[in-house]
Ligand binder design. Structure first.
Ligand SMILES: [Zn+2]
Length: 252
């Protein structure tokens, strides 16, 4: 993280403003807010996990920035709390942590076993194998999800494409883990799904399939597109919101 920056005149500009919050109970008491200057026109605040950044026009004074931050302090604190929550909930394959699998929080359990296997019970997500380490366990979970995806997604996508009479436009179904996307559809008929979606409930998986297959008919997010999605997935708005609210728990 860069904390200072040379301006054209050779002066070193201090680039942080300390922010103090009243909260003694959490680790949210003090955070240095980073200032990023550019040719933009107005001030804006960006919040990450234990990170506050203010984007500012080149010549806005430090005092002005400070006042702006002060007047938005409650909002900043709220956002930092939300980010902390997201961070806590983020998926890490470690014995004792939680995994949000099929809309239910389960405890991850590493269990010594002669062969590799994953057993899911009501409250536990048990990873069995010889000489388990977090790295091996994670690989095992990845293989587990990839296999589930292979068995479910391509057939389901093809069936829906037949139902919508666009099966000839569907050239290929690819499964791939990407950093930011659940699905993708190209104008040449290649539909790509992120196999991490197999952590989600079936209704969410089906919404994702419906979304991408409907792109074979409408390559945009127009009203016609959403009407088509609704025709095959009536509760799509709820599923969309669910995914937005929980997806941070599914990224691995
Ligand atoms: Zn889309």
């Amino acid at each position: 993280m860069k904390l200072c920056n040379f301006f054209g005149n050779g002066k070193l500009a201090v680039k942080v403003i300390p922010l103090n919050f009243g909260d003694r109970s959490s680790n949210l008491r003090h955070i240095d807010c980073e200032i990023k200057r550019s040719s933009r026109k107005s001030l804006a605040i960006h919040i990450g996990h234990r990170r506050v950044e203010v984007r500012s026009p080149l010549w806005t004074s430090r005092r002005e920035i400070r006042t702006f931050l002060e007047s938005n302090k409650e909002w900043i604190e709220q956002k930092l709390r939300e980010e902390a929550q997201r961070y806590r909930e983020s998926l890490r394959i470690v014995h004792g942590r939680k995994i949000f699998y099929r809309a239910r929080e389960r405890r991850i359990v590493f269990q010594e076993f002669p062969r590799q296997r994953i057993v899911v019970t009501r409250d536990e997500f048990i990873i069995q194998g010889p000489a388990l380490t977090p790295t091996r366990a994670r690989e095992q979970v990845e293989v587990f999800l990839q296999e589930k995806a292979r068995r479910y997604l391509p057939d389901r996508a093809r069936a829906l494409s037949r139902y919508l009479r666009v099966s000839r436009r569907l050239k290929e179904v690819k499964l791939r883990k990407t950093k930011t996307k659940w699905g993708h559809c190209t104008s040449t008929g290649i539909v790509q799904f992120n196999w991490l979606i197999m952590l989600a409930p079936n209704s969410i998986i089906d919404y994702m399939i419906a979304h991408e297959i409907c792109h074979l008919v409408h390559m945009d997010h127009s009203a016609d597109f959403w009407a088509l999605v609704e025709s095959v997935c009536p509760d799509y708005e709820y599923y969309r919101e669910w995914l937005q609210a929980h997806e941070h728990r599914l990224w691995l």
